[in-house]
Design a binder for this molecule. Structure first.
Ligand SMILES: [Fe+2]
Length: 264
């Protein structure tokens, strides 16, 4: 496998200020039953501090249309530090749609990507990937995923598309503006806390029993081969249709597919 392109990814400077998400926003989503699991220490936090967790820049690069589908790009700038009780600064976490191809690259800092899905026989699979600057990760089709900050501040770029069915004619591709980004299902009740060795995965007893020990994974070699000697933002902006078609073809063959979304 080729090594990640540490320190070779140019910075991505968003044009706007982005949308800030604080601890209170995370708790609000959790209390609203919005498919968000957080540790008990965070739920019961009564302090007056409301730290900024991250700033999201949606459509940080212009949307594209290629390979009979629409492509979108975001940048999330995570803060350093940790939540009450030691939970890592983190994203909200969600289930992707079954057709969504989503690829991440850490631009600065270091993050932990958790992903969960079920195989065609229903077996639960949980993976963890420590992403240094330059390293990429791809989310299983229909999988649940959560980003946590190991070394912040951390900037994480991603692009995504809801791919059309392989036999669907072009007019059936998702229309522009149909983001389809979130599919609501109960959260996988897992997260990670700071630990002596870096992090420890924790969660509800049910989820820990079902999902077991996370399998460490690393950047897919096929993805590095396609993105080649550029950063993911440059790839997103400049890859021609043939290159994006190759990306889609490889992803259809290589990326796991989640067959059920049972959270426990
Ligand atoms: Fe996603």
């Amino acid at each position: 496998m080729n090594p990640p392109m540490s320190s070779t990814v140019p910075p991505l400077r968003p044009a706007g200020h982005g949308t800030e998400y604080r601890l209170s926003d995370l708790l609000q989503r959790h209390r609203a039953g919005d498919a968000v699991f957080v540790t008990d220490d965070v739920v019961s936090y009564c302090g007056g501090h409301d730290p900024l967790l991250y700033t999201a820049h949606r459509d940080v690069l212009l949307p594209r249309t290629a390979c009979e589908t629409n492509w979108f790009a975001d940048l999330v700038e995570y803060q350093p530090g940790q939540l009450p009780g030691g939970e890592l600064i983190r994203s909200t976490g969600h289930w992707n749609t079954p057709t969504q191809l989503e690829i991440f690259q850490t631009l600065t800092g270091r993050v932990l990507m958790l992903a969960a899905w079920r195989t065609s026989s229903g077996e639960p699979v949980l993976t963890c990937q420590t992403c240094e600057a330059g390293e990429m990760a791809v989310i299983p089709f229909g999988g649940w995923h959560l980003t946590l900050v190991l070394d912040g501040p951390a900037a994480v770029f991603n692009f995504y598309s809801d791919l059309p069915a392989e036999t669907a004619p072009p007019h059936q591709a998702p229309a522009a503006g149909d983001r389809g980004k979130y599919r609501r299902a109960a959260a996988v009740e897992l997260t990670a806390v700071r630990a002596r060795e870096g992090f420890a995965i924790t969660g509800s007893a049910d989820s820990l029993a079902v999902w077991g020990v996370a399998q460490p994974v690393s950047e897919p070699a096929w993805l590095r081969d396609i993105v080649a000697g550029t950063g993911l933002p440059d790839f997103y902006s400049n890859a021609d249709s043939a290159t994006l078609a190759a990306l889609v073809a490889h992803a259809r063959r290589q990326v796991p597919v989640c067959h059920r979304t049972d959270p426990r």
